[in-house]
Ligand binder design. Structure first.
Ligand SMILES: [Zn+2]
Length: 72
């Protein structure tokens, strides 16, 4: 069982979809850093950028594979 900084039991765990860090709803610091660009919750804009770059890389690899399949 985890407790937030104000000593109250946390009923809902929110995790960053990128790095999996727990985000505490009750703390001003975490609330300020929290980012929800498209309904997915990230702990910071750093993780938003990281996830976006990963999606771009995966998309590029997928397109490359599709091109190779088309040529075969
Ligand atoms: Zn994160």
């Amino acid at each position: 069982m985890k407790f937030s900084q104000n000593g109250l039991y946390i009923e809902r765990y929110i995790k960053c979809v990128n790095c999996g860090v727990l985000i505490y709803e009750g703390t001003e610091d975490d609330t300020a850093k929290r980012v929800e660009p498209d309904g997915r919750i990230f702990c910071s804009s750093w993780c938003v950028d990281w996830a976006h770059e990963r999606d771009v890389r995966h998309g590029a690899a997928k397109h490359a594979a599709e091109r190779e399949t088309a040529q075969a």
